[in-house]
Design a binder for this molecule. Structure first.
Ligand SMILES: [Zn+2]
Ligand SMILES: [Zn+2]
Length: 336
């Protein structure tokens, strides 16, 4: 098969992915081989490809095929797979597999399992013509969902939804969403589903426009250091951060009211933490299988919309450069 393969992490400007022949995987027991229809390009793919996450042990192997938000058609089933048939349209998310036995797995938090495998980071992902996944960690895509443009449900969708679930949202409350990229544009919608008034904050005019389209009650365009947000300080019941920026995290803590919940979905530090505010600060990472299924149900009812631009698989290096420059509005997907 053809795939976009990473042999060595390097800056996006140097075209680190190579379009080349790669062995087509064979499904083993409990596995499913799909012909990839689309795969989203996540900001975390960019981090891995450029080597930012070598310190966290990612990628766990080289060469590796990146990509962890995947929709495809089942072409072959490994032994013992009973939940899918050939021809089914299915999806895979970053949670590739988990041990099934630890305290996290047994309490519905399998995405936190210590033995978790991550699609496109510890095992090959979806920047390819074929992908093999674990049947127990794949999902049937509802018929009324377009397979070419809906693969981002499998990372931004579930990531935004879980963050909203954890943000203590509700009617009569005010929530800020910081960063209106692939995940943020979904987080506006999922946060509104829980009843909060949603104020979107972005450093980019084009992303701010997208926030309006996605139903934000108010949109604030801020500067790179978030210094023009003073009027908003101590106003939010919830703040959700998806902008991969330390300044955004710093701003989030200031926007939060006393006893507010700040949900952080990016790496960074909590500075200037004032305990008398009784803030709750918590992380959120992708989501469990239950979260993922709920996202598919909501999308099937038309309650989650994605802004997607299609590219060819071979264009992955170009897409990564655009993403790095902030030129992707919503999400880019690769079609083999
Ligand atoms: Zn992702
Ligand atoms: Zn486990």
């Amino acid at each position: 098969m053809k795939a976009m393969v990473l042999h060595k992490p390097a800056p996006a400007e140097t075209d680190p992915l190579r379009y080349e022949d790669y062995p087509t995987p064979t499904p083993r027991r409990g596995e499913v081989l799909i012909r990839v229809i689309s795969c989203g390009v996540c900001h975390s793919n960019l981090h891995m490809i450029e080597g930012d996450w070598v310190k966290y042990g990612v990628p766990a192997k080289l060469p590796i095929i990146p990509g962890h938000e995947i929709i495809g058609k089942v072409v072959e089933l490994g032994e013992g797979v009973e939940n899918f048939r050939k021809g089914d349209i299915v999806g895979a998310q970053p949670l590739y597999s988990a041990c099934g036995r630890c305290e996290y797995c047994l309490t519905g938090n399998e995405h936190l399992c210590n033995s978790v495998q991550i699609t496109g980071e510890t095992v090959d992902g979806g920047y390819a013509e074929y992908f093999v996944g674990k049947a127990d960690y794949m999902y049937k895509v509802p018929d009324n969902i377009d397979p070419e443009t809906s693969s981002p449900l499998f990372c931004p969708g579930v990531t935004a939804y879980r963050a909203s679930k954890l943000a203590n949202l509700g009617p009569g409350k005010k929530a800020y969403v910081l960063g209106i990229g692939g995940v943020g544009h979904v987080a506006i919608q999922t946060s509104k589903l829980f009843g909060s008034e949603v104020i979107a904050v972005s450093t980019s005019e084009s992303h701010a426009k997208l926030a309006e389209e996605m139903g934000a009650d108010k949109v604030v365009v801020t500067n790179r250091d978030y210094s023009n947000l003073e009027d908003h300080y101590e106003k939010a019941d919830s703040v959700i951060v998806f902008s991969p920026s330390q300044r955004a995290i710093d701003a989030a803590v200031k926007l939060a009211k006393k006893q507010a919940t700040v949900v952080v979905g990016v790496f960074g530090n909590i500075n200037d933490f004032r305990f008398p505010k009784e803030l709750v600060i918590r992380g959120s990472v992708v989501g469990s299988r239950k979260d993922m299924q709920e996202v598919l149900n909501l999308a099937s009812k038309g309650l989650i919309k994605l802004k997607v631009t299609k590219f060819k698989l071979q264009e992955a290096n170009e897409v990564l450069k655009k993403l790095k420059r902030g030129e992707i509005v919503g999400r880019a997907v690769l079609l083999p």
